[in-house]
Design a protein around this ligand. Structure first.
Ligand code: ADP
Length: 702
């Protein structure tokens, strides 16, 4: 890994405090209290690469500069006094630079930060090495002090489950809010591992939520990095969480995505799974492609892509066989030549999809997203095919076009980037059936993930020992054709979270807050007894009603730390029996259409009888086991944090999807029944009361 490169040194006015971007921004706006060296560099380095929009719009420039800045602060001793200087590591400075290597294996989408590198005094101070972290430990008076944009907003540092006895969750605030500061002996344990691609919005969120972001920590709780090779997941400790599941490259690579989808098309037909444009993976499919090509009498455009790249890199639209490169692996895809046009230009949609669990499968779709436009008017003329500004919608491509117009306003339908909510508003104005489009999008998301669920399950079983360890945010890119039919173009397993504009930030800030809260981080259990003790004291002072007893023989305060045994995969005898019973009895049932909905039906009379028995005598929700209760608590606690997300699986009519699952697991069945009984509406009173009663019953019995 390249060594951080000092590009400038700024001793902040606050001495041993590190300034936060926001405070510096206001200085910048007021044009005062700013070290001269920084102002010079802003002019010299920052502006020269700034987007044309910024250059011509002085007003929005300041806020963009703040968001775009990518600097980090480094603690140093100056004149014997602890102080902070701003450093910029090459990797961090230009996250895109780290991406080609990532993208060459796993797709990474456009990384917007590429557009501007600004000298580093505006980003939050969040980056220290483990040695410096130790120094901090030794000096309790000088922890990082990070101010917030919304100085008045202080969120609680801890969040509690709806159920008693569950250790508290660490509360993540927005990137421009701040949580109440925990005592240092507690906070010192909150370490976030910095990776070369950790996006700024993630860093800001975790720092403002009380974490220290550390380059090579000895121990850590969370990290946001590249996808790892599957065996590396075995090294995750039981109190750590990473932002990937093993095996998701099965949809993150364009060639794998197609292969997985092909299997589903073969099994279930084009009507169900034909939402990916027909694709050929070369060299393997060369003859098939030739055949297909020779069938068409007129010129037909094809789009060629490297199998695992991002940001439009290496993409071309071609129409002649001779244009096809032969030497390297390639994905050749049928070009959707009738895209839906707005103002005469093509656009695609970025959806954010979040998986919190693979077994049971829990999929969430973010209500907002991005709409990215090509910068020149669309044309089907063959002589325009090599004009990427006409045919590609990547921001990283179109930003270079002179005609590209940025849009800072999350609510307006102008310029070449909109929020998804603005698109829906625009469509509603035209009388378009937005709900129908949303429903097709949900369908695509669920089916795509179902196509890899068996592979993910296998990878998890083999490489991850604990349900606590993984979560993953995906970026789905979708194109609407002129009939408003959505086509899936690709899935990104490291979607860009770079926030170059207030529009980006308005989507990605809340997105990351929700993601981290739904991932449900808890206090690590391997910290020293003093930290645990102080955690216990803090809870008894600030959350008296949430106090609970430590189990016999364990440290005071350990009851408030993550309890790995609740997340392991082991089943008791009672659980094994119940799981087996429902899996075998209900496994062979199928979903069949019933009017407008779907009903689960068994395939044979014998099974039918068994299912009927099950239904008549008891349901899966009666006599919940400890494991059932634990899964349902997790599901409810997660749902309570899903503000901007909607759970799309399990959801209404999820049974319709059972037939696409290689195996409907016991926990999928459990959650589906839970959903049928209690829905996923915001008011959880009934669900929580039911679960509390079951929990009490269980405690009385034991
Ligand atoms: P990358 O990962 O490099 O962004 P994509 O597959 O997303 O690659 O393609 C880049 C852009 O090319 C898309 O945003 C879209 O505008 C255009 N595109 C990709 N595939 C197709 C297709 N099959 N038909 C029409 N346009 C496409």
């Amino acid at each position: 890994m390249p060594k951080p490169r000092m590009i400038e040194k700024v001793v902040t006015e606050s001495g041993n405090e590190c300034q936060h971007s926001s405070s510096i921004l206001s200085d910048q706006q007021n044009n005062k209290a700013k070290p001269v060296v920084v102002r010079k560099k802003l002019v010299k380095k920052g502006l020269k690469k700034i987007h044309p929009f910024h250059a011509t719009n002085g007003k929005s420039k300041a806020s963009s500069l703040d968001r775009l800045s990518n600097s980090i602060c480094k603690k140093a001793k100056i004149n014997g006094k602890l102080s902070y200087s701003t450093v910029q590591s090459e990797n961090d400075c230009d996250a895109s630079s780290s991406v080609p290597s990532l993208a060459s294996n796993f797709s990474g989408e456009e990384l917007d930060s590429e557009i501007v590198q600004i000298p580093g005094d505006e980003e939050s101070c969040s980056y220290i090495t483990e040695e410096e972290c130790d120094a901090c430990d030794a000096n309790e008076d000088t922890p990082l002090n990070i101010s917030s944009d919304k100085t008045e907003v202080f969120q609680p540092a801890l969040r509690f489950s709806a159920f008693s006895g569950v250790p508290p969750y660490l509360n993540f605030c927005l990137h421009d809010e701040k949580v109440v500061e925990l005592p240092w002996t507690i906070r010192r344990c909150l370490k976030w591992k910095l990776s070369t691609i950790t996006p700024i919005v993630v860093r800001k969120t975790v720092v403002n939520s009380g974490f220290r972001v550390i380059k090579e920590p000895k121990d850590w709780i969370g990290t946001w990095g590249k996808h790892m090779k599957s065996p590396l997941f075995t090294a995750i400790l039981e109190h750590q969480k990473v932002n990937h599941f093993p095996g998701t490259f099965q949809i993150g690579r364009k060639d794998r995505l197609w292969r997985n989808m092909q299997k589903m098309v073969a099994k279930f037909g084009n009507d169900e799974f034909g939402f990916l444009p027909q694709t050929f993976v070369l060299p393997h499919d060369l003859r098939l492609l030739r055949k297909q090509w020779s069938r068409s009498t007129t010129d037909v455009p094809w789009i060629i892509k490297p199998p695992a790249s991002a940001r439009g890199t290496g993409i071309q639209v071609i129409h002649e066989w001779s244009q096809l490169p032969r030497k390297k692996p390639l994905v050749v895809q049928s070009y959707v030549k009738n895209p839906y046009l707005i103002n005469g230009t093509k656009f695609d949609i970025r959806l954010y999809v979040f998986i919190t669990s693979v077994n049971p499968l829990r999929i969430y779709l973010f209500e907002n997203g991005l709409v990215r436009f090509a910068s020149l008017a669309y044309s089907t003329e063959m002589n325009t095919l090599n004009d990427l500004y006409v045919h590609l919608t990547n921001y990283s491509v179109n930003k270079h076009c002179e005609g590209y117009v940025a849009n800072e306003d999350a609510n307006s339908c102008q310029g070449h980037k909109w929020t998804l909510q603005s698109l829906w508003t625009y469509f509603l104005g035209l009388g378009v059936d937005v709900e129908a489009i949303k429903s097709s999008l949900r369908d695509i998301v669920i089916k795509t993930l179902l196509s890899v669920a068996p592979a993910l399950n296998d990878m998890l079983k083999n490489n991850v020992s604990n349900r606590y360890s993984c979560f993953e945010l995906f970026g789905f890119d979708v194109l609407l054709d002129s009939d408003l039919k959505p086509w899936l173009l690709e899935v990104n397993i490291s979607p860009s979270l770079h926030s170059t504009s207030s529009l980006d930030l308005s989507v990605k800030g809340p997105l990351i807050k929700d993601v981290l809260n739904m991932a449900r981080f808890q206090f690590p259990n391997n910290v020293n007894s003093l930290s645990k003790h102080h955690l216990g004291e803090y809870i008894s002072t600030h959350f008296k009603e949430r106090m609970c007893e430590a189990s016999a023989g364990s440290d005071e305060g350990s009851q408030y730390c993550v309890n790995p045994s609740t997340y392991n995969y082991e089943l008791s005898e009672e659980e094994k029996k119940k799981n087996e019973f429902y899996e075998t009895a209900v496994q062979r049932v199928v979903a069949v259409p019933n009017g407008n909905s779907w009903t689960v039906q068994s395939q044979s009379a014998e099974i039918e009888n068994r299912v009927d028995d099950v239904v008549e005598e008891s349901t899966i929700l009666d006599n919940l086991t400890r494991g059932d209760i634990q899964h349902l608590i997790e599901t409810e606690d997660e749902l309570s944090q899903s503000h901007g997300f909607t759970r799309v699986f399990p959801a209404d009519n999820s049974e319709r999807y059972f037939r696409f699952m290689e195996k409907t697991s016991y926990y999928d069945l459990l959650l589906n029944e839970w959903h049928k009984k209690f829905g996923n509406l915001r008011d959880r009173t009934l669900a929580i009361d039911y679960l509390k009663t079951q929990l009490e019953k269980k405690q009385v019995l034991n």
